[in-house]
Design a protein around this ligand. Sequence first.
Ligand code: NAP
Length: 249
Amino acid sequence: MKLKGKVALVTGGSTGIGREIALQLAAKGATVIVVARDETRALDTVALARGRMIVKRADLSRTDEQDRVVAEVSREFPDLSILVNNAGIQVTMDDTGIGDGGLIARFRQEIEVNLTAPIALSFGLMPTLARQREGAIVNLASGLAIAPKRTAPVYCATKSAIRTFSRALRYRCEDAAPCLRVVDVVMALVDTGMTSGRGTGKLSPQAAARAVVNGLEANRQEVWVGQSALLDLLHRISPGLAYGRLRNG
Ligand SMILES: NC(=O)c1ccc[n+]([C@@H]2O[C@H](COP(=O)([O-])OP(=O)(O)OC[C@H]3O[C@@H](n4cnc5c(N)ncnc54)[C@H](OP(=O)(O)O)[C@@H]3O)[C@@H](O)[C@H]2O)c1
């Protein structure tokens, strides 16, 4: 897929992996719409961009905001070709305990941002994306979709669900919109605000974004970033070993 001249929307394009994806797409000649809550941070990304970038402020944990983004983008950007569902949050809890730890409201928010928003944006923007000569929906999953960790059960469930959604959506596109690819990105551990203070051997956000952008250019359906491919292999050979490696992560 050629990126020059394309219009791309990147949710969570204000920081971390999303910011780097937005910057790299802009550097390749795409016009990028960055969707995030914090406009100041998003404008900082725009200031760094070598290319055209636009900010659309929205809180994707709210269904009315998800619907507004779909309506506005469909109207304002009829040539949208690429949707990157990157925005995500991770709610962590204690290692052990009974019940939700008082976190149920935050878990609901996590499901909205990580799962409902990508579903709403994918279906809502599909008519626009399907009209283009070539288009892509890119969904950010995680190695934790394969082997979950005990401290983030809802996060891991949303990442597992988004992988299944990507596959089923791909089946639908193969019939209804063959020019529209659905790309499932299985991300490794990356050094961002989300992982601050934990983990070692983390990938840089730049390297993580490069893998996503290269995958888009190479028309891949699945992008295994960093160690995630090894984790998948280990899971196929010995699921117990894979689960053991991540359960206390
Ligand atoms: N970092 C990792 O190791 C890792 C590993 C596997 C998968 N991933 C996935 O990669 C994606 C990016 O993660 P990251 O590490 O780059 O995270 P990050 O640095 O924390 O950035 C998250 C982005 O999402 C946006 N966001 C959060 N809540 C939002 C909301 N309610 N509405 C709109 N935007 C919202 C944030 O902007 P605002 O705060 O301004 O809204 C920010 O731009 C996520 O889907 C994550 O699950 C990350």
